[in-house]
Design a protein around this ligand. Sequence first.
Ligand code: AMP
Length: 438
Amino acid sequence: MDFDMLGLAPRLVNVLKEQGITDPTPIQTQAIPHAMNGRDVMGLAQTGSGKTAAFGLPMIHALLKAGVKPNPKTSRGLILAPTRELAKQIADNLTAYTKGTHLKVALVVGGAGIVAQTKRLAGGVDLLVATPGRLIDLLDRRAVRLDETIYLVLDEADQMLDMGFIHALRRIAPLLAKDRQTMMFSATMPKLMGELAGTYLTDAIRVQVNPPGQAVKKINQSVHFVAQAAKTDLLIELLDKHRDELAIVFGRTKHGCEKLYKVLEKKGFAAASIHGNKSQGQRQRALEAFKAGKTRVLVATDVAARGLDIPDVRFVYNYDLPNVAENYVHRIGRTARAGADGSAVALVAPDEMIELKDIEKAMKDTIPVASGREWEIQPGQKKRPNGGGGGGRRGAGGGGNRSGAPRAAGKPGGGQGKPAGRRRSGGGGNRSRSQSAA
Ligand code: AMP
């Protein structure tokens, strides 16, 4: 099967060929024919699966075929993405796929100048990639209207659920052409997604490459049971073993990530951080330095790092477990891309046990233990409050000097937990490195 056989215009097939894109990926093989037939599509696939082309190529094909010039301040297609980084990545890909054609691709995201974006939209564009907040801003300023928009894509739609974009969507969707084609892509399929699909898609065909909630098999997962106060030291110890490899460290709060990144930098790691408190320029620079291998450790919150296509990430550390189980799958999906090997290491404090159980339930699998013993869940123990607001006391980071906190098994430094008597299967050594390193 090649792109010709999927029915794409020869001109488009040639552009792809020039970029080394010759064999459709599974999500492309499945989605493109339906999308070309004008069907609404619900696609379950992660970044890295080639999903941008899966929704982008049919739109580009149709736009080339129609040959209609967009009217001023309109866009024929709209792609909504949850984060600025993802939006930029999509726009970059679509720009590459439309190379040599008359099609215009525009990117509008927060954190960048609105005047230049307004100018870009003035003459009308064919494909508009946007984050919802900035798009609403531009709609309010009458810099763009959507009544001629006949293609809508919601990318990483499950993350939009997390991030409260539903409200934005409720405002944006009614402004689009009634007779339109809608495609929704998501890495997971939580219940709310079904409702979202029911609201915005009509008679959609569902295509899927990885069963939702199941991690890619090549990822070597492990968990260390370690007190919160000892996490930073353990992380440093682990990172130190592979200083030349790219690693992403996920924390829960912006503030915590910033602190942790500073500790790592002091320890001589080429580190950077990405989170919602950084300017767009800082985020983009950090990402580019990481992609180029100039920085080796990227400390990030979920908001900033999901959906990104960064090749060669060998290690993903969950310094804090995510509040939402599906995000674990997203996070560890940053490694083992393009068939490479990758490791996902979770550092779990006593008060993260509920999160861990949720994650294992979602994956229908237990994560092998690398060190420590499973903490006992206390009666009445609840999930940690969501760290999204930044500055949470329990967020990532800062623990560097608090390693004097008790670590010996049975005296966890992290608070209420106690190691449970049971050691889980698949474990490595029988003493925790963290618990014996004090
Ligand atoms: P995506 O999942 O859309 O973020 O795509 C991940 C990367 O794979 C992007 O850099 C694409 O340009 C690339 N890509 C997409 N489709 C193909 C394909 N059929 N063959 C090779 N590379 C592809």
